[in-house]
Design a binder for this molecule. Structure first.
Ligand code: V1D
Ligand code: CA
Length: 511
């Protein structure tokens, strides 16, 4: 699948990568399709393909604080996430119902730490892009697009994407959010529904009550944000070719008219063929072509995870997309890795292939109508909105708080291969260097937000972390033509807000 390149930079992108070695240990429970272990599997492929050597920085994220989370989420909800656990949850029947924390979103051991890791990685990624010390920043543990201000939804508890975009808005006038998960990116769309400073675009399955049930073509934003939410409702069985017959013209036009200054791309892999919950028929090359296309614009780019329920496919796809970000050639044969045996059914290969003989309900007439309506709508957008910059909000996280992990090649004896430092506790000679580097970065520090460094972030991964760590668990259409929905073609529907300074606007005055 070819991505039509745009005017992109010739030089190699500086890529930073956020990974917390604990993420694979969290376990949603027996029978639940969401398995954080898949992030550890992707990371293992990243290491064993040697991609870490091509990264500009590899970081253990600073875990987001309650205050960080409250930039979007309600204080009550954050307090509850911090308090509830499997042992005390029986005392909180009402809150569990109010915050939607059952079935899809169960309470499990370490839930709050899991939220902190997901959000911390995406906030760190935003800070790296804001300071222009990375061109691309990756957090495969993020991309939790369904979480609402005071409600868990669709396996997502905190919306790391909204938090990261709020951070990007401190330095960028316009941010594009693009979602290629098979499910509608409803939480992010809802958060920015009334602003033109964020354009949200979601390509997803829509129809037959498919979760979350929102995201029809007619949903296009409200008030000041009218026209700045774009939904591409797709039917079952879409292939690489048909997907890109929409994706590339739509995104090229959108980039031309909206002219974002930064891009956040949610790379949910449940849009791949063979997913346990998804209904599309994309290959991993078709999925990665979306990443390649967006990378070709040469703008600050954040790559986030999301859904994906066939875990070997998730790992193969995100590893390949990490390789694409750093510009690596990757052998089709998977390298030996801790989870090598899992890949037997697919012949130990990197590419996720489409399924033969699957019906594609996205017929040519359907796609033509959809493309024409969207292109027409984009051509009517009022150009790129600008804002008069007033005082900049304090940074959510200091650049100093983002520490390079000193990482040896898997299986090799430890060596200094990063431009970051060893833990001064482990290597006394590094302490002097630490002081020198920190001074250089000190010009970025905002005294209002200086946070102490977490000692755990300075430590290189242990041998067991390199080997995959120990865990508490893991492993484990209707082709009708699209219709504008009456409910949403006017900016006066339920939930409509006059503008982003209205009482319903949760973000204060900063954006
Ligand atoms: F099959 C299951 C087994 C156990 C628990 C949940 C599920 C399950 C499958 N599909 N839950 C769903 C979807 N929920 C419903 C509910 C029925 N109620 C009325 C709602 O259909 C939720 C699917 C969530 C998809 C999440 C995501 O892939 O988009 C994602 N992206 O980033 C993180 C997650
Ligand atoms: Ca999904």
């Amino acid at each position: 699948m070819d991505a039509a390149p745009s005017a992109g930079p010739a030089r190699k992108a500086r890529v930073s990568y956020f990974y917390d070695p604990d993420v694979g240990q969290f376990y949603y429970g027996q029978g639940h399709p969401m398995k954080p272990h898949r992030v550890r599997m992707a990371h293992s492929l990243v290491l064993h393909y040697g991609l870490h050597g091509k990264l500009d920085g590899y970081y253990t994220p600073t875990r987001a604080t309650a205050e960080d989370l409250a930039a979007f989420h309600s204080q009550d909800y954050v307090d509850f996430l911090r308090t509830v656990n499997p042992d005390n949850m029986s005392r909180y029947t009402r809150e569990l119902r109010d915050f939607n924390m059952y079935e899809d979103c169960p309470v499990f051991d370490g839930l709050y730490q899991y939220c902190q890791i997901a959000a911390g990685g995406s906030l760190g990624a935003a800070v790296k892009l804001n300071y222009q010390t990375s061109d691309i920043a990756i957090n495969w543990a993020g991309g939790l697009h369904h979480a609402k201000r005071a409600e868990a939804s669709g396996f997502c508890y905190v919306n790391d994407i909204v938090l990261a975009i709020l951070e990007l808005l401190k330095y960028h006038q316009r941010v594009l959010y693009l979602d290629i998960d098979v499910h509608h990116g409803d939480g992010v769309e809802e958060a920015f529904l009334t602003t033109d400073r964020v354009m949200t675009v979601s390509f997803h399955k829509f129809g037959n009550n498919y979760f979350p049930g929102t995201g029809d073509l007619g949903n296009m934003g409200h008030g000041q944000g009218r026209g700045y939410s774009l939904n591409v409702p797709l039917r079952d069985g879409i292939t690489d070719e048909t997907y890109h017959s929409l994706f590339q013209p739509v995104m090229a036009k959108l980039m031309e008219v909206y002219r974002p200054e930064a891009i956040v791309l949610q790379c949910g892999t449940d849009s791949l063929a063979g997913d346990r919950l998804g209904v599309f028929n994309l290959s991993s090359k078709g999925h990665a072509a979306c990443v390649e296309f967006m990378k070709s614009f040469g703008l600050p780019l954040m790559l986030l995870g999301g859904g994906g329920y066939k875990i070997i496919n998730v790992a193969r796809c995100w590893a390949a997309e990490t390789g694409l970000a750093v510009g690596a050639d990757m052998a089709e044969q998977l390298p030996p890795n801790e989870y090598y045996d899992y890949y037997g059914p697919v012949g130990y290969t990197l590419t996720v292939q489409p399924k033969a003989g699957l019906d594609n309900w996205n017929t040519p007439p359907y796609l033509d109508i959809l493309r024409n309506r969207i292109l027409q709508r984009l051509s009517e957008l009022q150009g790129a909105p600008g804002v008069a910059f007033h005082e900049r909000a304090p940074d959510g996280m200091d650049l100093d708080d983002i520490q390079d992990v000193n990482m040896a090649a898997p299986g090799a004896s430890p060596q200094r291969i990063w431009d970051g430092e060893l833990d001064p506790e482990d290597d006394p000679t590094a302490a002097a260097a630490e002081g020198g580097r920190r001074r250089a970065d000190a010009s970025f520090r905002d005294p209002r937000t200086t946070k102490p460094l977490s000692p755990s972030m300075l430590r290189p991964p242990s041998a067991s972390q390199l080997a995959g760590g120990s865990g508490r668990g893991g492993g484990g259409g209707d082709p009708a033509a699209p219709a504008e929905s009456a409910q949403d073609t006017e900016g006066t529907g339920e939930g409509a807000r006059a503008g982003n300074r209205s009482p319903g606007w949760p973000f204060g005055d900063w954006i």
